[in-house]
Ligand binder design. Structure first.
Ligand code: NAD
Length: 458
């Protein structure tokens, strides 16, 4: 049975369109098509598979502005971010278009023959995408999966399906054969679940909440299905007393306000060395007041709305809880009226067990806490179930390296807040996930190693 879902513009609360959600039957049909399309795709000459992915990248580039505007309307992303996101899909496709011709195996010295390894595609790979970065997260899954010779079925999040649907159409325009890459808008409990339970789907590449990821891993065990899980985060931004304090304070707002804080890499716990705590907070407050929150289509806007009223309720629940126990240090501004707005909010947790300090809020809220020395900074940074990203601000190179090695997280940056580059690996420690995406090794997550021995003695 087909149902529909109204897609809402989060900056205006107006209905943009409605999308048909596919059911189990259509999902099974799409998986059958993906199975059928598999042999021709994997047997395509590597240079031809690469050429098709390059063409797909070019077609995305030709539609960059259209895709970006669609994301502004559907997800409330600022136009600057949305252009970067569409450009990221283009770049990830271009990067992995070189992979089919470089999917190298090994030749291993053995007695009595020749031993070689092949990296074989898995078959049908499923990609399950959350609503916070609909385009990039889709591309990080489908581009390397296709490059490695798999066919792909992809489910966007219910709230933000529009750019993924368009990417599915653009793939066909670029000449990617039918059935090789299929986008299936639908519910997690229907389409997502079916990806996990269908025996012909050999891998689930999931990005989303830790709870859903754990459920997927449990169910995937029944078929020993491969999983990559990119989950939540509660990353630390550690500011030492020898840091360039002006630079650290100026960069801190967008380290947790980018995408209105709906970013798994958001630095939502700021740790400041005690001696410079007040000096940092003074600079940080003025930087927060300067953040431009408003119409995401305006080129000057730095932060747009939250994705839905439900998400805003969740964020409010962390700060304006019944007991009023959360100490708000200061706030930025946000528009009034229609739209799911929430102002940048800086809180001072009472202790490290506070909910605002431990749980992923996924909104424009940050906690700030002092620390005493290097050991205390590392201990406080690691005092979380998560381990995705983090930042270290210091002028001492040795300390930067020691602390980078000490923090249990997959993506760290020194004197900056960068986490994601398509050419470098991305993923989490601990409850932030399993596996890595992007970078030169991503193909390993979409292939099995096959060893072949050829006797030279018969
Ligand atoms: P979510 O886990 O609710 O949903 C993510 C996707 O999974 C959606 O497409 C949803 O439809 C689908 N889904 C839901 N239930 C499912 C099920 N039972 N089986 C299969 N699929 C199912 O998360 P969300 O609310 O969309 O996204 C926010 C969360 O994602 C945050 O916790 C955030 O930290 C995390 N996230 C992590 C990363 C990362 O790279 N580590 C990136 C983005 C978002």
């Amino acid at each position: 049975m087909t149902t529909t879902h109204d897609v809402i513009n989060p900056a205006t609360e107006e209905r943009l369109t409605s999308v048909e959600l596919v059911g189990v039957e259509e999902t099974d049909e799409a998986i059958a098509h993906a199975v059928a399309a598999g042999p021709a795709w994997r047997e395509l000459a590597p240079a031809d598979r690469g050429r098709l992915l390059r063409r797909f990248s070019d077609v995305v580039d030709d539609h960059l502005e259209e895709l970006a505007q669609l994301e502004v309307a559907n997800a409330g992303h600022t136009i600057g971010n949305a252009r970067w996101e569409a450009g990221n899909v283009r770049d990830v496709l271009a990067y992995y278009s070189a992979a089919p011709e470089r999917l190298l195996g090994q030749q291993i010295p053995v007695a009595g023959g020749l031993d070689v390894t092949f990296k074989e595609p898995l078959g049908v790979v499923s990609v399950i995408v959350p609503w916070n970065f609909p385009m990039p997260i889709a591309g990080w899954g489908f581009a390397p999966a296709l490059a490695a010779g798999n066919t792909v079925v992809l489910k966007p999040a219910e709230l933000t399906p529009l750019t993924a649907i368009r990417l599915g159409e653009l793939a066909l325009d670029a000449g990617i054969p039918e059935g090789v890459f299929t986008v299936l808008p639908g519910k997690g409990s229907v389409v997502g679940e079916r990806f996990v339970t269908h025996p012909d789907v050999r891998k689930v590449c999931f990005t989303g909440s830790t709870a859903v990821g754990q459920g997927i891993m449990r169910k995937a065990a029944d078929q020993l299905k491969r999983v990559t899980l990119e989950l939540g985060g509660k990353s630390a931004n550690i500011v030492f007393d020898d840091a360039d304090l002006d630079a650290a304070a100026a960069a801190a707002p967008m380290s947790f306000l980018d995408n209105a804080g709906q970013d798994c890499c958001a630095r939502t716990r700021i740790l400041v060395q005690r001696g410079v705590f007040d000096a940092f907070m003074e600079r940080f407050e003025s930087a927060i007041k300067d953040v431009r929150v408003g119409d995401p289509g305006d080129e000057q806007t730095q932060m747009g709305p939250l994705v839905s009223s439900g998400q805003r309720d969740t964020v409010r629940g962390f700060v304006e809880d019944a007991e009023g126990s959360v100490d708000v240090a200061f706030r930025g501004s946000a528009p009034e009226g229609a739209g799911y707005w929430y102002p940048p909010t800086v809180v001072l947790p009472g202790g490290t067990t506070d909910r605002v300090w431990q749980d992923e809020i996924f909104g424009p809220v940050v906690g700030v806490m002092p620390f005493d020395d290097e050991a205390d900074a590392i201990a406080k940074a690691n005092d979380t179930a998560y381990g995705l990203s983090g930042s270290i601000w210091t002028r001492d190179v040795g300390r930067a390296i020691r602390v980078s090695r000490g923090v249990e997280a997959g993506n760290l940056s020194v004197n900056s807040h960068s986490s994601v580059r398509y050419s470098t690996p991305f993923g989490g420690f601990k409850s932030s996930g399993i596996g890595r995406e992007l970078g030169p090794d991503a193909l390993d997550a979409f292939t099995e190693v096959k060893n072949v021995f050829i006797s030279t003695e018969s």
